[in-house]
Design a protein around this ligand. Structure first.
Ligand code: ATP
Length: 211
């Protein structure tokens, strides 16, 4: 058993998140990838959409795909949604031996040293990094130094241990963002094909993202 966890605001979830989650899962041979919508993100403005809706859309989006799951712990938890709390709780649940991979975009890795108790993340999980166009790997500074001893280039080797490695992988990330979806909806434009139809129906039925 090996588990991936993919955090974000998911306001709303879209095909960029879904494809990346699935491809990372297949690339590493994970048994499941959990999308974990945050409640109150520490690094950005609170999402405009209540957590219950973001969670419901994530659940609809993954329906029928057995490798994908939704984890609601950050929404249920009070206060800021720190990833370190989530991976620590997950580790407690799954036990010491199951490999756990925290997925982040390269944009997040570059700024990892601004995360709460960032060095401790690797005590609980591997860090799985998807390279996002426009961002390059950190070459100098404390994140680069921290990375140096943790890089695992062979994906299969990563799952030989439960935590502690950093694996960076290039993949074709679909050029979609939640901001673009919110803007399109506010302007009355179609979002067809940017997110599953079940999410589009939910947005319509709940009058979300209207200007
Ligand atoms: P926003 O436009 O509101 O900032 P977003 O589309 O970037 O949202 P988030 O919920 O903020 O989505 O991102 C969650 C995670 O998904 C982050 O790790 C981010 O790097 C990643 N991500 C965002 N867009 C894509 C995409 N098109 N393909 C792959 N990963 C993505």
């Amino acid at each position: 058993m090996a588990i991936g966890v993919f955090g974000g605001t998911f306001d709303p979830i879209h095909i960029g998140h879904l494809r990346t989650g699935l491809e990372l899962c297949e690339h590493l041979g994970l048994d499941e990838m959990r999308f974990m919508p945050c409640g109150d993100p520490p690094h950005r403005e609170p999402p405009g959409t209540p957590a219950g809706h973001r969670l419901a859309m994530a659940r609809l989006a993954i329906e029928g795909e057995s490798l994908l799951r939704v984890d609601d712990r950050e929404v249920r938890r009070e206060g800021l949604s720190y990833s370190i709390d989530s991976v620590a709780h997950l580790r407690e649940e799954i036990g010491a031996r199951v490999p756990l991979c925290l997925c982040v975009g390269l944009d997040s890795l570059v700024n990892l040293n601004t995360w709460h108790r960032w060095r401790e993340l690797a005590d609980y999980a591997h860090i799985l990094v998807a390279v996002r166009p426009g961002w390059s790997r950190p070459e100098t500074g404390e994140v680069a130094d921290w990375l140096a001893g943790r890089r695992v280039d062979d994906a299969r080797q990563l799952l030989q241990s439960p935590a502690g490695g950093v694996h960076i992988t290039e993949m074709t990330l679909l050029p979609v963002s939640a901001t673009e979806i919110r803007d399109a909806l506010a302007a009355g434009r179609s979002i067809r094909y940017l997110t599953p139809n079940s999410v589009i129906d939910y947005i319509r039925d709940h009058n979300l993202y209207r200007s």
